[in-house]
Design a protein around this ligand. Structure first.
Ligand code: NAD
Length: 487
């Protein structure tokens, strides 16, 4: 069993039971972690609270250097981390290698952004006064992370929270806690005790106590809409600062001018990376009615070539889904679409050659419409539903006909369409011809039910800082606007 990390020590805390961690490609048990309790959350928050004053008052240069050291350690242990991530999460090694690169660069980026940040001085209210704005950390930040990018989403929270002078308690997903604990042991170990803590366990037993803890003023959460709503309902009466990154149902629109081969490859990547288990996965594809046949054929032919298997095999294009519950939900979306008249063009079932693991074939469907669950709810699996549109206005309308607003993709070189798309589509990221590529300095997050938080960029740091205006009068003298009035 891998212990938790609380106050700089490795401990099983009050856990009486363990949670087994499974390899989704083989169904083998990889290891186990303590089934954390509310008392363990209490201990971690107490440690983070005690470490806070010294951490927030630490000089910016020293703190930046410590964050750079995290990045250097991730770099040093890159191969072991990527391997462990592949074993516990399942996606191909190359995708995990990229995830780990994101982790180390996120620490580098926020190390420098934290050091570089400048406050602002206002034009003084009167000659004897000095007005300025300072930014300060909140205190202890609860970082609750899902399983689909266990380290990247951890880094997008922890690096800016620490750079801003907060301390953190991390609650990884119960399905992928091993890599977070690995980072604690090998990459966070030089930080002062209590600055970073990792508590493992289920959402209801460790996540909720973290959310409701009076000494945790900020919750940074990535996960499903339902959990986000639950967290919001607990946190709202406590006036907590919530930073919610929730679900998505992103669309890709292929415009008439698109090259079918390029569009097919872009769609396959956008829809199937991490077996479609990305919050910004393309889950709806809109094709122009004129030319639909050639786009459909190119997509079908390309997706037929993709190879399923263990993420450790260099030839694997797509790994398994994370678990049985997620696969069953995915299959129910496919079944609903079929019942309502959709046609399966590729896939549609579990691969016959892989008897173990939570694999599902990449599945291309045609004849879908917005009455089907697969076009309305988050599917979170390897589906590529194709729907035709007549005018580009209609394509934009269909893209916006969704409760989520995380990202949207357009494949086109037509400037008029591109401008219409980024002006009129309600989503936090618009990708044109290069789906799902993020940028360290470019804010990432959603609109509508995807939650309003932003990670990365200056906005990502801002989420973890409070604003304070200081009004300072050098002259200690009686003011003519004080009592008594009418002087
Ligand atoms: P989830 O909501 O089930 O779990 C996420 C985390 O919350 C886990 O650590 C879980 O243990 C914890 N949790 C569960 N119940 C809780 C509770 N009551 N209180 C506090 N914590 C609780 O989500 P998941 O299945 O792990 O992840 C998939 C979801 O995450 C998808 O909906 C996906 O779209 C979303 N996601 C969003 C983004 C984004 O940036 N917007 C990125 C990745 C994933």
């Amino acid at each position: 069993m891998r212990p938790m990390y609380i106050n700089g020590t490795f401990t099983n805390g009050n856990a009486k039971e363990e949670i087994q961690v499974q390899n989704p490609a083989t169904e083998e048990i990889l290891d186990s972690v303590p089934r954390g309790t509310p008392q363990d959350v209490e201990a971690a928050v107490t440690a983070a609270r005690s470490a806070f004053e010294a951490w927030r008052k630490m000089g910016a240069n020293e703190r930046a250097n410590l964050l750079h050291e995290v990045a250097e350690k991730v770099h040093k242990h890159r191969e072991e981390i990527v391997r462990l991530l592949t074993l516990e999460e399942g996606k191909p090694y190359s995708e995990n290698d990229e995830e780990v690169e994101w982790v180390l660069n996120t620490f580098r980026y926020y190390a420098e952004l934290g050091r570089h940040h400048r406050g602002s001085v206002l034009a003084a209210g009167s000659p004897s006064q000095f007005n300025f704005i300072i930014k300060e950390p909140y205190g202890v930040v609860g970082c609750i992370v899902p399983w689909n990018f266990p380290l990247l989403l951890l880094a997008w929270k922890v690096a800016p929270a620490l750079a801003a002078g907060n301390t953190v308690v991390i609650k990884p997903s119960e399905m992928t806690p091993l890599t977070a604990l690995y980072l604690a042991e090998h990459c966070f170990d030089h930080l002062p005790a209590g600055v970073v803590n990792v508590v493992t366990g289920y959402g209801s037993e460790t996540g909720e106590p973290l959310v409701s803890h009076p000494d945790v003023p900020v919750i940074a959460f990535t996960g499903s809409l339902a959990t986000g709503q639950r967290i919001a309902s607990i946190a709202a009466p406590m006036m907590k600062k919530l930073h919610l990154e929730l679900g998505g149902k992103d669309a890709t629109v292929i415009a008439e001018d698109a090259d079918p081969e390029i569009a097919a490859k872009a769609v396959a990547y956008a829809a199937l990376i991490n077996a479609g288990q990305v919050c910004t996965s393309t889950e709806r594809v809109y094709l122009p009615r004129r030319g639909a046949a050639k786009f459909t054929e190119a997509i079908v032919e390309h997706i037929k070539t993709l190879r399923l298997g263990s993420g450790l095999e260099p030839t694997t294009d797509m790994g398994p889904m994370i678990g049985e519950t997620y696969r069953a939900k995915f299959e129910s979306h496919i079944a609903d679409a079929k019942e309502r008249g959709a046609k399966i063009l590729v896939g549609g079932g579990r691969p016959a050659n892989l008897s173990k693991g939570f694999f599902h074939e990449p599945t291309v469907l045609s004849g879908v419409d917005h009455s089907m669950v697969i076009m309305r709810e988050e599917t979170f699996g390897p589906a590529v539903p194709l729907m035709e549109y007549t005018t580009f206005d209609e394509a934009v309308k269909l893209t916006n006909d969704c409760k989520y607003g995380l990202g949207a993709v357009l494949i086109s070189n037509d400037p008029k369409k591109i401008k219409q798309f980024f002006d009129d589509v309600k989503a936090g990221t618009i990708w044109i011809n290069d789906p799902l590529t993020d940028h360290y300095a470019g804010p990432f997050g959603g609109m509508k039910y995807s939650g309003g938080a932003r990670e990365l960029g200056e906005e990502g740091l801002e989420q973890f800082r409070e604003t304070k205006h200081v009004h300072w009068d050098f002259n200690m003298e009686d003011k003519d606007y004080w009592y008594p009035y009418g002087r």
